[in-house]
Design a protein around this ligand. Structure first.
Ligand code: HEC
Ligand code: HEC
Length: 300
């Protein structure tokens, strides 16, 4: 944060706190003078329901003072005022955080480590490793669910991890690489081909997936598919290429939606699915357990 914005935040915060002090002081002062207990404001509802202007009770006002003093004290001790780090020098990533993380690592790392040497296929299938799969599931629910869904069934743009259909491959090694290093898919935009060509291409792609579409468009679309560069990634047969994350277009499983509109949008505008890398965040042992859990999902 630049020192200008830091200063801006400090001035705004301090002005707000002082403003609150003034407001409360003013309210308390007023009480002693003009507004005597039980003044009627003159507002009347339902014939005889009157509004009184009673001062706030003292204890209530004191609560306000206490919160204001607490706020000022907090901002003096802890980070909160712009770039000012607070008198205590505490930080959310400081020594307290490190100590807690180390404590947790000491306790849990051996549990993760005991499975590190077991092959993924065994962890995924053998009954004696149910505990490992449960741990994988808990890790999944913490780190992966927000994108792939609590049942790993995926959503538009986020692949289903429970079916046998893989963008980047379904072997233990390939799944491990997907999780550890992340994946970046590049489907280039093809709007330059023009509306008509995109339309016949979309029809051809839909026909590959076994859907009944305009036969004349399909023939022209096949020609366009072969000559517009699609085959470089999706293959001559449209079955895709796991090295590039190019999906199989013949299986009627759609990452971005099955409608003709969605297919055209993909061809026109391109797509860039990003699976973030997790190696640094989780470490090899947890990635190993997650790989086993994901592998077990697609096998059951
Ligand atoms: C920010 C969202 C996000 C998070 C979090 C995320 N993923 Fe992904 N993941 C994606 C996207 C998007 C793709 C598809 C990338 C593409 O379009 O090729 C993907 C792809 C994958 C693939 C490859 C699927 C295939 O068909 O080849 C695997 C395996 C995977 N994720 C597992 C995980 C696991 C395990 C976690 C938790 C550690 C996780 N993901 C967390 C968004 C996410
Ligand atoms: C450079 C490689 C590349 C080329 C060239 C390419 N694609 Fe793709 N295509 C991809 C990738 C990678 C994806 C997956 C995008 C993602 O996961 O975000 C994709 C996705 C798609 C999808 C969406 C599939 C789904 O499941 O929703 C369609 C449809 C598609 N491509 C059709 C085409 C057509 C038609 C052409 C030729 C005009 C073409 N692609 C050219 C790499 C390519």
């Amino acid at each position: 944060m630049s020192s200008f914005w830091s200063g801006w935040i400090i001035v705004l915060t301090v002005a707000n706190i002082l403003g609150c002090f003034w407001l409360i002081w003013w309210t308390m002062r007023r009480r002693a003078g003009e507004a005597a207990q039980g003044d009627v404001t003159g507002h009347t509802w339902d014939g005889d329901l009157q509004e009184y202007n009673n001062p706030l009770p003292r204890w209530w006002l004191w609560l306000f003072y206490i919160t204001l003093f607490f706020g000022a004290g907090y901002l003096a001790l802890y980070p909160g005022l712009g770039n000012f780090g607070g008198v205590l020098g505490w930080s959310s990533t400081g020594s307290q955080y490190k100590a807690e993380m180390e404590q947790a690592a000491q306790k849990y790392d051996p549990i993760f480590q005991q499975y590190a040497a077991v092959a993924v296929a065994d962890l995924a299938s053998k009954p004696e490793y149910q505990e490992a799969r449960d741990m994988g599931k808990r890790l999944y629910l913490t780190y992966c669910m927000q994108c792939h869904g609590s049942d790993a069934g995926g959503a538009r743009g986020f692949p289903n991890l429970t079916d046998g259909d893989w963008l980047w491959g379904g072997t233990p090694e390939q799944i491990q690489v997907s999780i550890a290093n992340g994946r970046v898919a590049v489907m280039p935009a093809h709007a330059h081909l023009g509306e008509e060509k995109v339309d016949i291409l979309a029809n051809y792609v839909a026909s590959l997936a076994g859907r009944s579409v305009d036969a004349a468009k399909v023939d022209a679309g096949k020609e366009a598919f072969m000559t517009s560069g699609c085959v470089a990634c999706h293959g001559v047969d449209g079955k895709g290429n796991q090295i590039l994350g190019a999906p199989n277009l013949t299986d009627d499983i759609w990452l971005y939606g099955a409608s003709m509109g969605a297919i055209k949008q993909t061809i026109n505008g391109g797509r860039n699915g990003v699976m973030p890398p997790h190696q640094d965040l989780l470490g090899s042992d947890k990635v190993h357990l997650l790989t086993a859990y994901i592998y077990s999902l697609s096998k059951s």
